[in-house]
Design a protein around this ligand. Structure first.
Ligand code: MRU
Length: 330
C-alpha cells in the first residue's frame, strides 16, 4: 500500500506531499512549487520525519529553482545559495535536510549552467529512490528483531509517512508483517503534536497491523509490566559518538527500557548519521511554539523542545540500511 508522503506530481513536476496536518481525518494531497510554500510545509510539519524532509528539500529546491529561473541555468545558479540556505534553516535538528541540500550544492558546483536544472532534478529523484531502497534494507536487516508474536513499542512516527519508503523504525515491522508474522505495535501518542496517535496508528492500521496507542506517560508502566519485547525508534541525527536526537520523549522511553531490561534500537538510514557533530549536546534542538501545548493560563511560559537526546549508552543497537552498526561513526 503506497503512501505518497513525498515525491513528484506526475502532471506538473511539482513537489507532491500528503499533507500530514490533516491526518487521520482527511487525506489531502498538495502540489508545491513556490519556495515559501515548500518551506512553510516543512516548518508546519505538513511534510515531516527526517528522511522525508530531506527528500522534500531536494525536490523542492529543484522545482522552485526551475520555476523562478524560467528554465535559465545562469539565473538558477544565482538563486541557488539563497534558496539552499533558506531551506536548511526551515528545521535545524534533522540532519537529512542539510545533507540533501548540500548534496545538491556539491553537484551544482561541478555542473555547467546548461545542465544545472536537469542535473538537480535528476539528483533529487536519486535521493528519493535511495531513500526507498534504504528503508527496504533497514526492513530486511531488522527482520530478526521482530519474530512472530513480537510486541514492539515505538515513539513518534518513523514510518512510511516519515520517508519516501516504508520507514525506518516501522520498516522491520512492515517486513515482518509481509513475511506473515503476527506483530503488535504499541505507539506512544507523542505529545504535543500526536504523531504516534495520528500518523503511526493511521499507517499501521490501514496496513492491517495491530496497533495500540498509549499516552506517552504510560510507556514506563507498559515496559514495567513486561508487555514489550523490543523498543524501536527513529532518529533525526546520530552523532559521531552514537548519541541520538529524536522526537522529544524518546529519552524517557530509553531510560525506562533500560530500567526494565528491554532492548532499545534506533533505526535510521546513513543520511541520518552526522560524523561532523561529535556528541549529543552539540546538536541544535528545535524549540517550537507555546501554542502547540494547548491552552495555558495567560502569562505562563512554555518550554517546548521538539526533540531530545538519548545518550549512546542507552542504545542497544543502531539498525541501518547497512545492517547493525556500532559507534564511533567517522
Ligand atoms: O517533528 P517530526 O514529526 O518531524 O519528528 C519526527 C521524528 O522525530 C522521527 O522519529 C524521526 O524524524 C525519524 S523519521 C524516520
Amino acid at each position: 500500500m503506497h503512501i505518497p508522503s513525498v515525491g513528484w506530481s506526475p502532471d506538473t513536476g511539482a513537489l507532491r506531499i500528503l499533507d500530514q496536518r490533516y491526518l487521520p481525518a482527511r487525506e489531502v494531497i498538495r502540489d508545491l512549487v513556490a519556495l515559501p510554500d515548500i518551506i512553510d510545509a516543512i516548518r508546519t510539519l505538513a511534510v515531516r520525519g527526517a528522511p522525508a524532509i530531506g527528500v522534500a528539500a531536494a525536490i523542492g529546491l529543484a522545482v522552485a529553482l526551475a520555476a523562478d529561473s524560467e528554465g535559465r541555468g545562469s539565473t538558477a545558479r544565482a538563486l541557488l545559495p539563497e534558496y539552499a540556505s533558506r531551506l536548511v534553516e526551515a528545521r535545524p535538528t534533522a540532519v537529512n535536510l542539510a545533507w540533501a541540500v548540500h548534496r545538491l550544492l556539491r553537484l551544482a558546483a561541478e555542473t555547467g549552467d546548461e545542465q544545472l536544472l536537469e542535473t538537480l532534478r535528476v539528483e533529487a529523484e536519486v535521493i528519493r529512490q535511495e531513500d526507498v531502497q534504504m528503508c527496504a534494507a533497514i526492513g530486511r536487516h531488522g527482520l530478526p528483531l521482530v519474530p512472530d508474536g513480537a510486541r514492539i513499542l515505538t515513539h513518534c512516527n518513523a514510518g512510511a509517512l516519515a520517508t519516501a519508503g516504508t520507514g525506518t523504525a516501522l520498516a522491520p515491522i512492515y517486513a515482518a508483517h509481509a513475511a506473515g508474522r503476527l506483530v503488535t505495535v504499541y505507539a506512544n501518542e507523542t505529545r504535543p503534536l500526536r504523531q504516534g496517535a495520528r500518523l503511526t496508528a493511521w499507517e499501521l492500521s490501514r496496513a492491517g497491523i495491530h496497533v495500540t496507542v498509549l499516552p506517552d506517560g504510560a510507556a514506563a508502566s507498559l515496559l514495567a509490566q513486561r508487555q514489550v519485547d523490543v523498543v524501536i525508534v527513529g532518529a533525526d541525527r546520530i552523532t559521531a559518538n552514537g548519541d541520538v536526537a529524536n522526537k522529544v520523549g524518546t529519552y524517557g522511553v530509553a531510560l525506562a527500557a533500560r530500567a526494565h531490561a528491554v532492548p532499545f534500537y534506533v533505526a535510521a538510514p546513513w543520511s541520518t548519521i552526522d560524523p561532523a557533530t561529535a556528541t549529543g549536546p552539540d546538536i541544535v534542538i528545535e524549540h517550537r511554539s507555546r501554542d502547540e501545548l494547548g491552552e495555558l493560563p495567560p502569562g505562563v511560559p512554555a518550554w517546548n523542545p521538539a526533540f531530545d537526546v538519548t545518550p549512546r549508552h542507552l542504545v542497544t543497537g543502531y539498525l541501518t540500511d547497512r545492517g547493525l552498526i556500532t559507534p564511533p561513526f567517522v
